[in-house]
Ligand binder design. Structure first.
Ligand code: AMP
Ligand code: MG
Length: 339
């Protein structure tokens, strides 16, 4: 890939970003979840640049970001009544709806599927960019495929610096985990990925079923489920249950003796349980929104610190905890220990 100089744009320079996008280039920009890598969703060549920059597998479809429901109507064949309810309640916001696509949406965006994933982001920079270009933006997270998603412009630069022409720096993103993905083409609607809008919030309005895990048999209901995600260089172990601290101390002792660099991700109040280990603080105990917002930064810090093994204490799977644990399970690639 030709080496580019990646320009860091201020939110006031949206017009420059819009110009690049109009020329068929890719630009990274902040959303309320994580930084996205956007391109004109209606231009197959522009969309191909997203896959090339990220090293994303071609069969993993992209989320199309729109200014509002009106723009979504131009891309889909049908919006079920209950999906309209969800749009009214949660848009703009971190909820992606999978709907039947029409012929306007190129197959490159949807990986050949007959459906398209759409959402309206709730970040002022993302919205003003969408309004400035006047076409929908296909935008996956702006990281190298497999790495933790970027929640700061510096994360984007670390992964994609030299591979994309520009990033709009809007500071740290809000939620810190990606949008919830809900398949609205079947009844009941099916949760494909937990995210910023919680399952509990959705269930107040509509019936929702859970997709089977990607390790079960059969093709994955959402292509993204089968890929490795969010993985730092360190080997991650997810440890749950009342004996977590004792287990982590026992296992780390042997590793430390071998001279390995070992860290633990735990709530701030529990940091004292781990003398001798590098502690990555999850923040005040039980603050799931706070943890979600710093999760990917913590995983990237594990790399910065050169950790070889990272123990992570499991958290509750209620509310945002479901999205957090979904990401941690992927980071751990099945290395789970319950006590
Ligand atoms: P990312 O863009 O990295 O946040 O990932 C988008 C997620 O949405 C991936 O897990 C995709 O597999 C999923 N997705 C996008 N479009 C569709 C679709 N049409 N049907 C099912 N899942 C989708
Ligand atoms: Mg992603």
């Amino acid at each position: 890939m030709e080496k580019l100089k990646t320009e860091v744009l201020l939110p006031e320079e949206i017009d420059k970003a819009a110009q690049l996008l109009a020329e068929g280039q890719v630009v990274a920009f902040p959303t309320e979840t994580v930084y996205g890598l956007g391109a004109n969703a209606l231009d197959p060549e522009a969309v191909a640049r997203i896959f090339a920059a990220k090293g994303r597998p071609q069969d993993n479809p992209l989320i199309v970001h729109c200014t509002g429901r009106e723009q979504v109507e131009e891309l889909v064949r049908e919006i079920p009544k209950e999906a309209r309810l969800l749009m009214e309640r949660f848009w703009p916001g971190p909820l992606t709806l999978v709907l039947p696509k029409n012929e306007v949406v190129p197959g490159e965006v949807t990986a050949g599927l007959d459906t398209v994933a759409v959402r309206v982001p709730a970040h002022p920079v993302a919205l003003s960019l969408l309004r400035a270009v006047n076409f929908p933006l296909a935008a996956p997270s702006a990281n190298l495929s497999g790495k933790p998603s970027p929640t700061r412009a510096e994360h984007v630069l670390r992964d994609l610096g030299g591979r994309i022409p520009a990033v709009v720096d809007g500071g740290e993103t809000g939620f810190g985990v990606e949008s919830t993905v809900l398949d609205c083409t079947r009844r009941p609607f099916r949760l494909l990925r937990p995210g910023g809008v919680t399952l509990e919030e959705l269930q107040e309005l509509v019936e929702v079923s859970l997709a089977p895990g990607h390790l079960e048999e059969g093709p994955p209901p959402s292509p993204g489920m089968k890929y490795e995600h969010y993985a730092p260089e360190a080997e991650v172990y997810l440890v749950s249950g009342p004996g977590a601290a004792a287990k982590i101390l026992e296992l780390s002792e042997a590793l430390l003796r071998k001279g390995q660099k070992v860290g633990v991700m735990t709530w701030q109040e529990r940091a004292g349980l781990y003398p001798g280990l590098t502690v990555l603080s999850m923040g005040p105990e039980g603050d799931l929104p706070g943890l979600a917002s710093r999760l990917y930064h913590l995983l990237r810090q594990a790399d910065d610190l050169g950790l070889e093994v990272l123990f992570v204490e499991a958290v509750s799977e209620r509310h945002l905890g479901l999205a957090i644990m979904n990401r941690l399970r992927k980071a751990a690639r099945g290395r789970e220990i319950s006590t």
